[in-house]
Structures are given as structure tokens and as C-alpha cells.
Write a protein that binds this ligand. Structure first.
Ligand SMILES: [Zn+2]
Length: 468
């Protein structure tokens, strides 16, 4: 508590704006009064009506096919404090019927320059004596109107945006319809002898006319979320093409969205609106609290939707847990419509009435499983490894009469020689059909590694996509 009080005491805000189209330069705090930009009034407010033109889309991975952004930039556009400030700023604007602001890499850079300069000189005048927005020009960002908000001592994006909103001059910049873009910078330095966070917002416009282009995210599988996930927590990014500044990015917030009930399970459609245009994407709300936004999300959710895999409980999927052989047999059994099976004493560890007995015996009759060759056991509770899974899938495909002729050489994997003899043909088929792909950027096949439930969902779903 004491620390918070200290922070509050030393927090400082200042705001300044300038409009270059033959207008006044405002140098004092918040003195933007009397300045008006007429083209701003033509812009449609996204919250007032449904988008007029809606296109259908799917979420693409941020940076896919976009060479301008590095991987480091990708997190800048989805999870950085700077991005969070943009999002919080836009929520304030949207609540007031204004356009959300967008950003690109050079705008982030210019604001980062300012945040860095503030740690040496907390002032709108730069250390070299020039006005703050000259940093925009240095980073190649053209502007006709610009404004700057700065602050020091606030320890989080929410705290600093709250403070700015509570101060007239800063609020005027945040809620100005004269701005289209916002670069945000953050840095850390000393203030009054203590380490403090420095913040800079650089607002700008250059007669810009950004148009909605696409919807992107920082992860694969970003169209599936745990039920109850607020839209603001979904790492969805709107990509717009600005007539002046090229590709710009906007965090998707709940105010821009229609059609999605985040508390309802299953597939739904989400419409994201911007500038009178909208994009409609499919979103799946799933029940698993332990499935975040990661590489396997789509696969796990897809297998859950198809009914091939169920959760361990109503709310847990156990994506990182290993899969036992009985569970795998059950998945194949489900894929085959769960036909009735007569019990027989085939395996000493598959007793009548056990939850996996029908599935294992069906799989045995179909030639998909054989049990351990040195005993009369099936090993229902043994974790399944990747080559065993490949073998079972391969046998299953052959039992179903599927075409299994496509095969590939897997000797390029660094551990290819670890594949056991009995599994080599199955592995050639699994690799050749991209049902199993390498681990560690495709360098290792890891044949004896235990397959996690998430990997299993991925492999089974790829298999189904291949043969259905
Ligand atoms: Zn622009």
C-alpha cells in the first residue's frame, strides 16, 4: 500500500497537441481548444449501427506472408503494454462513438523514441529542443495533425489511461475525432530517485482513410476460446489499409463486435465492424479451462466438436497429459460408430464390463491392436507413444480399406533410426501424409515419446481430414 501511495504522489501527466494544416500550435498542457478538423465528422461511428458491408473471413496468423513484421513485432501487436494502452484508449473512444485508432511499426517506434527521451527529460520539448511529434517524421511517419500525452509514475496501462482520462487535456487528445493513429511508447527510468514507468502517446492524422482489410491473430487456433472468455481478451487484431500509412493494426474490442455470445458453447459467428465495413469469422467457444490459445487449440476443439475426444471432466481436457492405450482404442471405436461387441476373454487385463472393453475388443477384431506379443495383456493403462499411435492409425486405415500408398522417407529426422522396425512402414505413411510432423521445428520424430492428448487430437483430426 505504501508503495502505491508513493507512486501516486510522483505520477505526472502532461498533454500537448498540434495541428499543422495552417492552424495553431498548442504548446501548453491540453490547450487544444478551438481547433477543429472538419473531415473528422464524415467518419462513421462503428458502434452506432451494424456494418453495412460484411465479408466472410477466417483468422490468419499475424505476420503470415507479411515480411514487414518481425516475430518480436508480433507480440508488440498483441500482448505488449503499449498494445494494451492502445486497446484501453480505443475502448474509451468507442464508448464515445469515435473510431478506434490504429498503429503500425514506425508509429510504435516514434513513441518508443519519445518514451526513451522522457526518462532523460520529462517534457514535451525534446532533448534536442524540437517539438515531440518531430519523432514521427524521423521514423518515416507523415502527419498533418499530432498530439502527445505523457506520464510518469503509473505502474500499469490501466492506471495511466485512467489518469489521462481523468485529466482534461489528455482526455481531449484521447477523445479527439481529429486523430486516426496512435503510437504508444513505454520505458523505465528513474524519477525522483525511484524507478518509474514512463509513458508516451503520439496521436496523429494525415488525412488518412484506413479501410478494413483482414483479421489476424498471434497464434494458430485463435478462433477457439474457452467459454466465458471476454472478447477483449481474445488476441484478435484487425488489419486496416491506410491510404497514407499502409498496413495498420487495431486491437479488436467488444465494442466493435456483434453476434457472439461468449457464454454459449459451440460454433458461432462473430462480426467485427470498422468504418462501415465488417468481417464475419467463425468462433468456437469450448468448455475447457486448460486449453488456452496455443498451437493445438484448433485441433483439440475440432476433435471435441466431432466427438472423437471428450474432456477428462466437463471443464478439463488435459492437453498435456499422456494418452493411455485404452483411450486411444476408444477414439477409434467412436470414429467407427461404436458397434456392439460380444465380450471374449482375449486379454487378461481387459475384463468384462470395463469401460474400455468393447473398444479394445472391437479394435482387436479389426486388426488395429494386437496386445503385447510376449503376454496375454493389452496394457490399457499404459501411455501410448508416437510410433505405437502411428502403427494403430495405419492398421486402422488399412482395416477400413483406405488408400495408404502415399509414404515418405523420414530419414531426415535426426532420430529416425530410433523408429522400431515394426513401426517403420506406419511411420513412413504417417509422415508422408503429414499426420505426424516433426517436433522441435520439424527436426525430431520422437518415436518413443509419449503422445499427449493434444498431440493425439491433432493426429486423429488430421487423419479424419485425410480420409473423409
Ligand atoms: Zn494513416
Amino acid at each position: 500500500m505504501r508503495r502505491n501511495n508513493l507512486k501516486k504522489k510522483m505520477a505526472v501527466l502532461t498533454a500537448v497537441s498540434v495541428f499543422l494544416s495552417g492552424l495553431t500550435v498548442a504548446a501548453a498542457d491540453g490547450s487544444t481548444a478551438g481547433i477543429c478538423k472538419n473531415e473528422a465528422s464524415e467518419r462513421a461511428a462503428v458502434t452506432e449501427s451494424a456494418p453495412e458491408y460484411i465479408t466472410e473471413g477466417t483468422v490468419k496468423k499475424l505476420n503470415a506472408g507479411n515480411n514487414e513484421l518481425s516475430i518480436a513485432s508480433s507480440s508488440r501487436f498483441t500482448s505488449s503494454w503499449e498494445w494494451e494502452i492502445l486497446k484501453l484508449t480505443n475502448k474509451q473512444r468507442l464508448a464515445n462513438g469515435l473510431w478506434p485508432l490504429s498503429v503500425n511499426d514506425p508509429m510504435f517506434e516514434a513513441a518508443a523514441v519519445r518514451a526513451s527521451e522522457l526518462t532523460a527529460k520529462f517534457d514535451h520539448t525534446r532533448p534536442n529542443g524540437s517539438m515531440p511529434w518531430t519523432a514521427l517524421g524521423e521514423c518515416g511517419v507523415g502527419y498533418q495533425a499530432a498530439g502527445e500525452n505523457i506520464a510518469v509514475g503509473y505502474g500499469s496501462p490501466q492506471a495511466v489511461v485512467n489518469a489521462w482520462m481523468g485529466s482534461e487535456g489528455h482526455r481531449e487528445n484521447i477523445l479527439s475525432d481529429a486523430f486516426v493513429h496512435l503510437g504508444v511508447g513505454h520505458n523505465r527510468g528513474y524519477y525522483n530517485g525511484q524507478i518509474a514507468d514512463y509513458w508516451a502517446q503520439l496521436f496523429l492524422d494525415s488525412g488518412c482513410d484506413p479501410r478494413l482489410m483482414d483479421i489476424v491473430s498471434d497464434v494458430d487456433g485463435a478462433t477457439a476460446y474457452h467459454v466465458g472468455t471476454p472478447i477483449d481478451d481474445m488476441p484478435l487484431v484487425l488489419m486496416a489499409e491506410c491510404s497514407t500509412h499502409g498496413e495498420c493494426y487495431i486491437p479488436v474490442t467488444s465494442e466493435m463486435c456483434e453476434g457472439l455470445d461468449v457464454n454459449k458453447l459451440g460454433m458461432q459467428e462473430l462480426v467485427i465492424g470498422y468504418n462501415g465495413y465488417g468481417i464475419k469469422i467463425p468462433v468456437i467457444m469450448h468448455p475447457f479451462t486448460d486449453v488456452g490459445n496455443v498451437w493445438y487449440t484448433d485441433w483439440v476443439v475440432e476433435s471435441w466438436q466431432r466427438g472423437t475426444m471428450k474432456g477428462l471432466t466437463d471443464t478439463a481436457f488435459g492437453p498435456e497429459q499422456s494418452l493411455v492405450r485404452a483411450q486411444f482404442a476408444i477414439m477409434l471405436y467412436r470414429m467407427n460408430g461404436e458397434p456392439p461387441v460380444l465380450y471374449k476373454n482375449q486379454f487378461s487385463d481387459v475384463k468384462k464390463g470395463e469401460w474400455f472393453a468393447d473398444a479394445v475388443l472391437w479394435a482387436y477384431d479389426a486388426g488395429v491392436v494386437t496386445g503385447y506379443s510376449n503376454s496375454k495383456k493389452f496394457g490399457p493403462a499404459d501411455a501410448i507413444n508416437r510410433e505405437q499411435m502411428a502403427v494403430m492409425m495405419y492398421r486402422y486405415a488399412n482395416a477400413m480399406g483406405y488408400n495408404t500408398s502415399v509414404k515418405a522417407d523420414f530419414s531426415n529426422f535426426s532420430d529416425a533410426r530410433n523408429v522400431n522396425q515394426y513401426a517403420r512402414e506406419a511411420m513412413q505413411w504417417a509422415v508422408g501424409n503429414k499426420i505426424i510432423t516433426g517436433k522441435d521445428n520439424g527436426t525430431r520424430i520422437d518415436p518413443q515419446g509419449y503422445a499427449s492428448r493434444a498431440e493425439c487430437a491433432t493426429i486423429i483430426t488430421r487423419f479424419q481430414d485425410l480420409y473423409q
